[in-house]
Design a protein around this ligand. Structure first.
Ligand code: AMP
Length: 215
């Protein structure tokens, strides 16, 4: 099993790029943010425990996250995977390493998508998601065919509660702290690849494929 981690500030385009990589490489896309939002929508116990933290733009406690990801790695049945949004702390990174070692795998590449704050703020402000199927859109960059309606399932497009300005600023600050810790963890292990994400999704994907060819 090959494991690739995708990191980057909120709004940098991790979801869009993950969909493209999933289509191109056939790897499974495990997004902890999406899994938590699904748990909230289904009203599970994990969803109840995570909801307050998420709405405020804070991290969900490590214990809950680790259980969620270990379950996903096992569901994966050994296929290659792209982890998006995990790990977010050094404690999570250490548990992930241990879990992968037990499964005869390791983190093969960490892609760090980079873009300045003004670029991600513009992307986040216009971001909309389908309340029914979770598909992502952007009012300017990825507009739906009909305003406010999901192209894929016809559901209503909404703004994520944590995409409001106050939560966004907190999430950017949380990300900067988290990444400082993780950057040195993965740099020491020789698997960190920064990729510029200020261009189009095609350009970002090309940058990632180049980085992966060096991993
Ligand atoms: P995302 O969709 O990746 O931006 O995640 C949305 C929110 O889910 C974050 O702001 C956190 O509250 C929570 N979350 C997602 N992944 C993690 C994680 N690995 N550790 C802690 N909280 C997480």
């Amino acid at each position: 099993m090959k494991v690739m981690l995708l990191m980057g500030p909120p709004g940098v385009g991790k979801g869009t790029v993950s969909e493209r990589l999933h289509a191109r490489l056939g790897c499974r896309h495990i997004s902890t943010g999406d899994l938590l939002r699904e748990s909230i929508a289904k009203g599970t116990s994990l969803g109840h425990q995570a909801q307050g933290h998420m709405t405020r733009g804070e991290l969900v406690p490590d214990g809950l996250m680790v259980a969620l990801v270990e379950e996903q790695l096992d569901l994966n049945g050994g296929g290659d995977c792209l982890l998006d949004g995990f790990p977010r702390t050094q404690a999570q990174a250490q548990v992930l390493d241990k879990g992968l070692t037990e499964r005869g795998a390791r983190v093969d590449a960490v892609i760090e998508l980079t873009a300045p704050d003004d670029v991600v703020l513009k992307r986040l402000g216009g971001r909309r998601v389908c309340a029914t199927c979770g598909a992502g859109f952007h009012v300017t960059f990825i507009p739906p065919k009909s305003a406010g309606v999901c192209d894929r399932c016809g559901g209503a497009l909404v703004q994520r509660p944590d995409d409001r300005e106050e939560a966004i600023l907190r999430r950017l600050a949380v990300y900067a702290r988290q990444m400082a810790e993780l950057r040195s963890y993965y740099r020491e292990r020789g698997v960190l690849f920064p990729v510029d994400a200020t261009g189009t999704p095609e350009q970002t994907e090309a940058g990632i494929l180049t980085a992966l060819s060096r991993a």
